[in-house]
Design a protein around this ligand. Structure first.
Ligand code: PMP
Length: 460
């Protein structure tokens, strides 16, 4: 790959520092250069076709060549390519999108605020929560509770709320008082014989004990993904969210639903909060908000959050927070059209139906020697890889089995993602039954090839 000095791959190696990539390995391995997209497929610069089984980064809901989004962007570019929303300024697309989102919210929400990435939206949520506590004169109420395996982004605050080691190591995290609970992963974390309900009860007790030990007056908010995504597609156990919410309500702790992955159909309903009966005070959204055609994110806050913030901004003179591109008109126009497509084509219903088909297909692989657990809800799923089903262990180096299977899948024309040893599947919401079946068939062949490539001693 490096032997052609002017190849596109060589130039990538020479000039581009990649996010979430081993920078040293990249010098050898080089990039997979994606050239174009169509439906659920992308094509590399050699013309090879891949099923984009991660919808990019859990995000391209409407597929990779939706002309209506191109048209929406072009029309808005021609009319008003940019305007901001600081100092009382506004414009049609941002007003329409705000109204649309508040109308879609599963619980009464008061206002929408716009940002450009999930991380910025999480950062904003944290800042607004602290601002609110100060507004209420509760200067101690600042601690934040998250779960292990949480992913809430990579800005300084976002990375502090994220609970994955690679986001912490060597980055000198600085947000104090982040409390981490057990991840709600029954297969991995439950005690022998513990039912999902019993496990959920234990986690709610852990939460309550932590709040009491810290002092409820010091705890401001709980951040949670309805289904944890980047931490390995952790589908919560039955009754978990209901029990967690009871505890949070008892101690007047705000609930932030991080819907960055789950929002807009992924779990088979419009929001993960609907799927799990979550009643958040703040909802954070991104990804499928614009199908990632342009960077978009937003949060919604309820009246309980808005009122004190409004008062504090008046006391100070302004709400001193916002981004140059907050509520960007072209982004807002694309998001509106994207939401229209999701509704008109019932892509949420399709996600529910195709999700069931995908899960059935994956479950049919449960007897494969490398499959430890299959989990999922709607159109987001994971296959946890093991070499020893009894001990739930994979190869000695965590992630090595995931990387092996991932390589075979890529060879078979599937872009998936290995999260340590869990393979994630999160295809575009437009996927058809035949495409789901093709994906499962390619996975089976990838698993078989990975199994054949393993040394005999690796298996029990
Ligand atoms: N929250 C969740 C649940 C996410 O999955 C992500 C991104 N994968 C983020 C926040 C951060 O979003 P971004 O990468 O746009 O900053």
């Amino acid at each position: 790959m490096n032997d052609k000095p002017n190849s596109i791959e060589a130039r990538d190696i020479a000039y581009h520092l990649h996010p979430y990539t081993n920078a040293k390995k990249h010098l050898e391995a080089g990039p997979l250069v994606i050239d174009r997209g169509e439906g659920i497929y992308v094509y590399d610069n050699n013309g090879k076709q891949y099923i984009e089984a991660m919808a990019g980064l859990w995000s391209v809901g409407v597929g990779f060549n939706e002309k209506r989004l191109v048209k929406a962007a072009t029309q808005q570019m021609e009319k008003l390519p940019y305007y901001h929303t600081f100092t009382h300024k506004s414009h049609g697309p941002v007003i329409e999108l705000s109204e649309k989102l508040i109308g879609m919210a599963p619980v009464p929400m008061s206002k929408a605020f716009f940002t450009n990435s999930g991380s910025e939206a999480i950062d904003t949520a944290l800042k607004l929560i602290w601002y609110r506590s100060n507004a209420l004169g509760k200067h101690e109420k600042k601690k934040i509770i998250v779960r292990n395996r949480a992913y809430h982004g990579v800005t300084i605050a976002g990375a502090c709320l994220t609970s994955l080691p690679a986001n912490h190591k060597s980055f000198d995290l600085i947000v104090p008082n982040v409390l981490r609970m057990t991840a709600p992963h029954h297969w991995r974390e439950a005690m022998p014989g513990e039912s999902e309900e019993e496990f959920a009860t234990r986690l709610a007790k852990e939460l309550e004990d932590t709040i009491l030990a810290e002092g409820p007056e010091t705890v401001a908010a709980f951040f949670g993904e309805p289904v944890q995504g980047a931490g390995g597609v952790v589908v919560p156990p039955a009754t978990y969210w209901q029990k967690v919410q009871e505890v949070l309500r008892k101690y007047d702790i705000l609930l932030v639903a991080d819907e960055v992955i789950c929002g807009f159909g992924r779990t088979g309903t419009m929001f993960g909060s609907i799927t799990y009966g979550i009643e958040p005070d703040i909802m954070v959204m991104s990804k499928q908000l614009s199908s990632s055609y342009l960077p978009a994110s937003a949060l919604m806050i309820n009246e309980k959050v808005f009122q004190p913030i409004m008062e504090e901004s008046d006391r100070i003179g302004t709400l001193g927070h916002g981004y140059t591109a907050s509520g960007h008109p072209v982004v807002a126009a694309v998001a509106l059209e994207n939401l229209k497509i999701i509704e008109e084509r019932d892509l949420v219903g399709n996600a529910a139906a195709m999700g069931k088909r995908l899960l059935d297909g994956l479950n049919a692989l449960a007897d494969h020697p490398l499959v430890g657990e299959v989990r999922g809800v709607g159109l987001i799923a994971a296959v946890e890889l093991v070499t020893d089903k009894a001990s739930k262990k994979a190869l000695e180096t965590p992630g090595a089995l995931g990387a092996l299977v991932n390589a075979h899948l890529q060879e078979a024309g599937v872009i998936s993602r290995a999260m340590t040893d869990a393979m994630a599947f999160c295809p575009p919401l437009i996927i058809t039954a035949a495409e789901v079946d093709d994906l499962v068939a390619r996975l089976k062949s990838g698993l078989d090839k990975a199994l054949a490539a393993l040394p005999k001693e690796a298996l029990p």
